[in-house]
Unconditional design. Sequence first.
Length: 95
Amino acid sequence: MKTKAGPCELCGRVTKRGTTAHHLIPRTCHSNKWFQKKFARDVMRVTVELCRDCHREIHKQLPSEKELGRHFNSLEKLRLHPKIGPFIKWISKQN
């Protein structure tokens, strides 16, 4: 997993470990016909840079790749998730 320096696009923190790319529509869904009908190929390839804490929390709270891709495929939708939103508020205040 490649890391980049810079702020997390969800919590805004800059960590020593950097950020990792998160596919808003998981790669495992790219060959699924439902996703192919709903999203253009370039939209499915969009990634955001997240700190490891936010990235881990997303996959912990949304273990279903299909649910993640269908219902939480933008930063705004992730922020509105009932468990991820409060986590982002909390983690943004941590060092």
